[in-house]
Ligand binder design. Structure first.
Ligand code: GUN
Ligand code: ZN
Length: 449
């Protein structure tokens, strides 16, 4: 379609209900709206259905070619998984009977060590990218393993299937439990450099490298410092874990006696930046949260994992009160579900448990959690200039949701307003309700191959 008012041609126009968040309101509902997507995959305009004629003249599209949503359908922004271990997907749903440090030694490291086999990596990584896309994850922040070539393959697969992704080669120069699964400090640094170079050379439009020290328990201080320098020199993201369990916090205290806190360990190594996302943070003090705020570091809240490994409960309300950026993460396979809908539900459950423990705790609303899963996640990954909500100029990352899809999990006895449709979908829906997924304007679900 031609576009008379601007240079960008309109690729398609959708008409119906759009539900998204802004920073002013966690739930904005646009009924009978028109949204045009340019050939560049960006949102070109948002208007009202009643103005279709004028809009079609202004933007140069044909009204009869507008894609009309059906009753009980709506568009919402794609969800952002701010923390997921792609390499742990093969055992998701199992091995949840040990606390974190024993869990890592017993289940995680032996599995991750197998990713020196590129065929195994291809199998697992193909499945996890497809599964998350189908479940509405349009952006994912992935941990891979210490293996550079397998991690590059994960980047290639995310690109091939059209997912927006931050992809991290894991760094760890300490590990006494599984001897084959660690690097020398020199190698870790050199391979991180090679990973970033080779991934950037591919020029995938939606895939970026993220510097990934596993956590302070498996990285020496010199390595942490060198990784921070690499991230700074390449202006790339950083991800790690922090304050997930009491035992881990105590161990870090013993390993880094000169640091005032776990946060201080990373801060002293220059790892806390406005492109850093730290997973968990269950035991951060208010002082540490203030450092997160000052440095622009964000938190990936991973409630399924926090509960499944009996790690702890993050008080998201308190983090938000400290103006810390917060997104949601599945943390597969500490979290057993790869679906962000599960992360939404477990976030609400956790908040309700905190209210049971302290009636003064201000429970998160489903609208706020919807925002955390979309706009909040995009902000936590510093991608909010590109994705997270429906704003002209952002990429069209969206889910077409049909609440009453035939054979689906939701029964509607009477017609419901859009807010109720969203709440039903968040609490009861699954991938059957997600009938189409778009990333940067491209339809990536249903799969074409
Ligand atoms: N801390 C360090 N590594 C990991 C991991 O793989 N999963 C979780 N949940 N926590 C970690
Ligand atoms: Zn994790």
């Amino acid at each position: 379609m031609a576009n008379s008012s601007t240079e960008i041609a309109i690729a398609c126009v959708h008409r119906g209900t759009f539900i998204h968040s802004t920073w002013e309101t966690p739930l904005q509902i646009l009924e009978d709206a028109l949204l045009g997507v340019g050939e560049d995959g960006k949102i070109a305009f948002i208007g009202e259905g009643k103005d279709v004629k004028q809009l079609s003249q202004k933007f140069g599209f044909i009204p009869s070619e507008v894609n009309q949503l059906a009753q009980n359908e709506f568009f919402m922004p794609g969800m952002v998984d701010t923390h997921i271990h792609a390499s742990q997907y093969s055992y998701a749903g199992t091995a949840l009977d040990l606390p974190l440090l024993k869990w890592l030694e017993t289940y995680t490291f032996p599995v991750e060590a197998q990713f020196d086999n590129l065929e195994f990596a291809r199998q697992v990584y193909t499945q996890v990218v497809k599964r998350t896309l189908r479940n509405g994850t349009t952006s994912a922040c992935y941990f891979a393993t210490i293996h550079t070539d397998a991690t590059l393959l994960l980047g290639q697969l995310a690109n091939d299937f059209g997912q927006r992704a931050l992809v991290g080669k894991v760094c760890m120069d300490l590990n006494d439990s599984v001897k084959s699964y660690k690097e020398t400090s020199k190698n870790s640094e050199a391979e991180t450099g090679r990973f970033i170079r080779e991934l950037l050379q591919k020029q995938y439009p939606l895939v970026r490298p993220v510097v990934t020290p596993r956590f302070a328990v498996t990285c020496t201080e010199p390595l942490l410092k060198r990784l921070a320098a690499i991230a700074q020199n390449n202006n790339v993201h950083i991800q790690s874990h922090i304050s997930e369990t009491v035992e881990e916090v105590q161990l870090v205290k013993r390993l880094f006696p000169d640091s005032a806190s776990y946060t201080d360990v990373y801060n002293k190594c220059n790892l806390l930046t406005n492109k850093t996302v730290m997973a968990h943070g269950c035991y951060l003090s208010d002082k540490e949260l203030a450092v997160f705020r000052e440095t622009g570091t964000s938190l990936a809240h991973c409630p399924n994992s926090n509960i499944s490994l009996c790690s702890g409960l993050l008080d998201v309300r308190n983090a938000l009160k400290h103006k810390v950026k917060v997104g949601l993460g599945t943390d597969v396979a500490g979290g057993y579900s790869a679906s962000m809908l599960d992360a939404v539900r477990r976030t609400l459950d956790t908040s309700k448990v905190l209210t049971m423990q302290n009636p003064k705790h201000e429970t998160l609303t489903f609208e706020e959690v919807f925002r955390l899963a979309t706009l909040g996640g995009s902000q936590a990954l510093s991608l909010d200039d590109k994705t997270g909500n429906f704003q002209v100029g952002k990429d069209f990352d969206a889910l077409r949701v049909n609440v009453t899809v035939p054979g689906g999990p939701i029964d509607l006895i009477q017609p419901k307003e859009p807010k109720v449709l969203l709440e039903k979908f968040l609490n009861l829906g699954d991938d059957r309700n997600i009938v189409e997924v778009f990333v940067a304007g491209r339809k990536v679900v249903p799969f074409t191959e």
